[in-house]
Design a protein around this ligand. Structure first.
Ligand SMILES: [Zn+2]
Length: 313
């Protein structure tokens, strides 16, 4: 795990349709200083009003994760957030000229390709870490989450759908940019009946076989089928990684999910933050002006430094 905060070297521009609005939107990712976090702006409404990508800014979890307030919102942020978390990027300004992040191919793949191309800048400021000290679990409506102490960040994820095309699938994942590249191309999915119902409700307007796996009782309707046998659970884990990125810190611990979903992830983050002091330690970064102190012998014995030392790239 990278122990220092990271941003991108050069801006990234992408454009495409939103899955739910069908609206064509341009998105620009720009480098940002250490300890900025991931911050969104709507350039079509008010370029100066920030929406920090944080759990307490989630305004809706219907079909996707939306942050912001009133009409000043940005939806379907999860695949982009997963790509940023996957590549350990802590700081960015992100401008959109519309209400929804482009769906692209329904996965995080295009974001990952762009991120790999522009490269990264590492700051001499440590990342913010949410360290699990004690087993924590949370469940709601048949869904389950737990996190147990570990010296790394890892996941086990299981989905269980009554539909036999999806069925029960499980995956284990150890966080690193390398392993994220095995996960990033898993596409979002839905049932054909669901697509028709959503379209009648004015949703999924941008949805097509180019940006989602569509299944019927007979099987997968996309030409070429699945990208991998367990693409469904891989995508659900991708969503969960993107959603938990809204904690604004790297969770150090082993996370287990059973039946993840955007609404559940929002509940999980509220539960974690409400119980933070009992189960977790938030290891805050040293400020940029303090970085010289990281090398000093007085800090070498500090908790944060000894923790950071246990991580290697
Ligand atoms: Zn998704």
């Amino acid at each position: 795990m990278n122990r220092y905060q990271r941003t991108i070297k050069n801006p990234i521009k992408l454009s495409g349709k939103g899955l739910h609005t069908g609206r064509f939107t341009q998105i620009c990712l720009m480098p940002a200083p250490a300890s900025t976090g991931i911050v969104f702006f709507r350039s079509d409404l008010d370029r100066t009003r920030p929406i920090p990508a944080l759990w307490n800014n989630v305004s809706s979890t219907d079909l996707c994760t939306t942050i912001g307030q009133g009409d000043y919102t940005i939806s379907t942020i999860e695949h982009l957030m997963a790509a940023l978390k996957g590549f350990e990027i802590d700081n960015l300004h992100i401008e959109l000229n519309g209400p929804e992040v482009p769906i692209l191919d329904g996965s995080s793949l295009d974001f990952v390709e762009e991120l790999k191309q522009v490269g990264f800048t590492d700051f001499s400021v440590q990342r913010k870490i949410l360290l699990c000290n004690k087993f924590f679990e949370f469940s709601s409506n048949g869904r389950y989450f737990s996190v147990s102490p570990s010296d790394q960040s890892s996941f086990s994820c299981t989905i269980d759908f009554p539909n036999s095309v999806i069925g029960k699938q499980s995956i284990s994942y150890k966080s690193s940019p390398h392993s994220f590249q095995q996960l990033c191309n898993a596409r979002t999915f839905c049932h054909l009946d669901e697509v028709n119902a959503l379209k009648r409700m004015g949703l999924a307007q941008g949805g097509s076989l180019d940006n989602a796996i569509v299944i019927s009782s007979e099987g997968v309707l996309n030409e070429g089928g699945l990208r991998c046998e367990d693409e469904f659970v891989r995508h659900k884990l991708l969503d969960a990684i993107g959603d938990l990125a809204l904690l604004g810190a790297e969770v150090v611990g082993h996370i287990e999910f059973y039946k993840p979903g955007h609404g559940f992830q929002a509940e999980v983050m509220h539960a974690i933050m409400a119980n933070k002091d009992e189960y977790f330690s938030m290891v805050e970064p040293f400020s940029p002006c303090d970085t010289s102190r990281i090398q000093s012998s007085t800090l070498q014995s500090s908790f944060a430094f000894s923790l950071a030392k246990t991580f290697s790239r």
